[in-house]
Design a protein around this ligand. Structure first.
Ligand SMILES: C[S@@+](CC[C@H](N)C(=O)[O-])C[C@H]1O[C@@H](n2cnc3c(N)ncnc32)[C@H](O)[C@@H]1O
Length: 287
């Protein structure tokens, strides 16, 4: 069976689940950013690059029947998942469209706000996407953007060569596919050029132990990464089955979202940190 490959990690069921877990991990930050951006009952909001729509569903509940969510996503499979989830929850205020943000006109205009998370890092022309989204806002509309600032800050402590190799593999794949993981560094220049005024920027750093919910975020990402077996150091010292995560190469034991067990022995302290630009709110320029 051929697999739809709209973005680096694929659009299969495990990735739908992983994006759901990722959303639950980040939800407190997200809700705070939306609140600061003024998203409320009756708002019209674009979720750009919505994936299977985990954030769209939350947005739809917040804006209520008087508001509307326009979910724009390139993957038809993700759009289908989103439509089915919305129907299951009885949400009728989401318009989900299969759209390529780079090449297609956007089927949305006059929106109060847009939300975009971990999408600009994957597109070949983030400037063009920002310009289109700017045009889809009403004057004074607000953008909330969440992207990586420095992907290299993802680390397992004490340092692990397997993690470093795996991270480099991901970054190389990412750039070869036309994206830029550290897109957050470009945003202070790209946003004003697209007509935005930057109102607030917030770097987020997490340092967690394996018992934290946040730990499951990088853990499931490692599990789902396509062709992770190219990471030679990740394979060393692993049991034969189910070890596909770089942090499983050493001394960690855990359960991934999909239930595979990875790791072995010991309870050494480890931390994961990932510096990010965002959530970042900027308002549309009136000029
Ligand atoms: C890491 S996922 C993030 C999904 C969602 N924003 C979230 O935070 O849960 C990246 C998403 O961007 C979508 N995407 C990538 N390039 C796109 C494009 N040119 N147009 C529309 N969607 C795109 C992918 O299909 C994928 O659903």
């Amino acid at each position: 069976m051929s697999e739809e490959r709209d973005y680096l990690l694929g659009t299969h069921d495990a990735e739908v689940e992983r994006l759901g877990l990722q959303h639950r991990v980040w939800r407190p930050r997200v809700l705070d950013a939306w609140r600061r951006a003024g998203i409320t009952v009756g708002s019209t909001v674009i979720d750009a690059g919505a994936g299977p729509g985990w954030a769209s569903l939350d947005l739809a509940e917040i804006v209520g029947q008087e508001g509307r969510v326009s979910a724009l996503e390139r993957s038809a499979r993700f759009v289908d998942v989103l439509n089915r989830s919305a129907a299951a929850r009885g949400l009728r205020n989401i318009d989900a469209s299969t759209v390529d943000l780079v090449t297609d006109p956007l089927p949305a205009s006059g929106a109060d706000a847009f939300w975009i998370r971990w999408v600009l890092a994957f597109v070949s022309d983030p400037a063009a996407v920002l310009a289109k989204l700017h045009a889809a806002l009403r004057p004074g509309g607000v953008a909330v953007i969440h992207e990586y600032l420095d992907y290299n800050t993802l680390a397992i402590l004490p340092d692990q060569p397997a993690m470093e190799e795996f991270k480099q593999l991901v970054v190389d794949d990412w750039r070869a596919s036309g994206g830029e993981p550290n897109i957050g560094r470009a945003l202070p220049a790209l946003l004003p050029a697209a007509g935005f005024r930057i109102r607030s920027m917030q770097p987020i750093v997490e340092a967690v132990r394996k018992g934290d919910l946040v730990w499951q975020w990088p853990a499931t990402w490692g599990h789902n990464y396509p062709r992770h077996d190219r990471c030679l150091r990740c394979r060393r010292g692993r049991p034969k089955r189910g070890l596909r995560h770089p942090d499983g190469a050493g001394d960690h034991r855990g359960e991934g979202l999909t239930g595979q067990r990875y790791g072995a022995s010991s309870s050494r302290f480890r931390a994961i940190s990932r510096s990010q630009r965002s959530p970042l709110a900027s308002s549309r320029s009136l000029s």
